[in-house]
Design a protein around this ligand. Structure first.
Ligand code: COI
Length: 355
């Protein structure tokens, strides 16, 4: 089928790929050769191009630098045994980017531009998709304001870009988390469910304080009462208590509608595993930890995949979780997701796009 948009391609004469050690990839340090770029002006997207990955010029008065109209997505591509490139749930990420754009007063990017740019970029940089199990190509689509104007108003010009990074695990070992009851990530009516750069900026200081105490991440609680678990800094979270998996609902506008979260819920339902989208209070979590009814806790996210939680701190008290070897659901769901992503088992929900 003919491409719905015309994309000019300027290939790098100096590929970096020969210098990359694909056997020891650290998350986010290496960027592939090319990037997709589209510009928005006069109410429409155009100038679709693929260029060598590199610096770009913006003015000091660029509106993003001052007022933060910046949103992003995270997704991954994998290679199957035949060497074909498989992308996981790209349409879901395109939809979510547009939900974030709406909240941040930014233009919608038509799904066919998102997907065509992505496909062409992945086709060109297919050698950058690692084949090793546990590795993948992390894909970072993002959009930001381009106006060169410091009055406070929505920008009239924007840039949409995609670049990719071959990556290993985001968390290479089980994580320890601290329940945060002082700082707030999101409140109802705020921007919590948008994948907006500012949400991450605001999380850095509380996360740093927790890291200084030895915890990799926070478990954010609701901004009003700090009594209900919402999500973690880089992922949604799930708890298995007395055989039931519990995860916070995404109805309050304070929680990111994670694509991995949604995939885990769908697989659990396929398997008849009880899964409830409801708030878990900090008190109920603490009681489950004390009574020994908490069987598993894990983060779910694109970068994090399924991240086992080994320790939770609540109001200064550390609780050790049952060992990873006893985690039945999270291990099963990780194996199933990996099987689908690497093309080893059937894809019952048509989540994969083959490039
Ligand atoms: C992702 O999982 O893709 C994320 O965006 C989380 C994080 C790396 C910011």
């Amino acid at each position: 089928m003919a491409s719905p948009i015309s994309i000019s391609v300027h290939k790098t004469p100096h590929s970096k790929i020969k210098g990359i050690d694909f056997s020891s990839l650290v998350f986010g340090k290496v960027v592939s050769d090319h990037m997709f770029v589209a510009d928005y002006k006069d109410g429409k997207w155009g100038d679709f191009r693929i260029e060598p990955y590199g610096p770009m010029e913006i003015y000091p008065a660029n509106a993003t630098l001052h007022y933060g109209q910046a949103i992003f997505e995270g997704m991954k591509a994998y290679k199957n045994v035949k060497g074909e490139v498989l992308v996981f749930r790209a349409e879901a990420n395109a939809r979510r980017l547009n939900e974030s754009a709406k909240r941040m007063c930014m233009p919608q990017i038509p799904e066919e531009i998102f997907l065509e740019g992505l496909k062409k970029l992945l086709d060109l940089d297919r050698d950058w998709v690692p084949q090793e199990k546990g590795s993948s190509l992390y894909i970072r689509p993002f959009m930001f304001a381009m106006d060169n104007y410091i009055g406070v108003k929505p920008s009239e010009t924007y840039r949409f870009m995609i670049f990719t990074c071959p990556v290993g695990a985001y968390y290479s070992k089980p994580v320890s988390v601290k329940v945060e009851t002082t700082y707030t990530r999101a409140v109802e009516g705020g921007t919590g469910e948008a994948k907006a750069a500012g949400n991450y900026a605001a999380s850095l200081y509380p996360a740093l304080l927790a890291q200084k105490e030895g915890y990799e991440q926070l478990l954010w609680t609701d901004g009003k009462s700090h009594t209900q678990i919402e999500e973690s800094g880089t992922m949604n979270v799930m708890f298995k208590i007395n055989g039931k998996v519990i995860t916070a609902p995404t109805t309050t506008g304070t929680i990111l509608k994670g694509v991995t979260r949604d995939s885990v819920i769908q697989l659990a339902k396929d398997w008849g595993q009880a899964i409830e989208e409801r708030f878990l209070t900090v008190a109920a979590l603490q009681e489950a930890l004390e009574k020994g009814t908490l069987e598993e806790a894990f983060g779910v996210g694109t970068a994090a995949t399924i991240a086992f939680i080994e320790k939770i701190q609540i109001q200064g008290k550390d609780y050790l979780l049952p060992p990873y070897s006893s985690h039945s659901f999270s291990k099963k769901v990780l194996a199933a997701l990996d099987g689908i992503k690497y093309g080893e088992i059937s894809d019952p929900h048509s989540w994969i796009i083959k490039i």
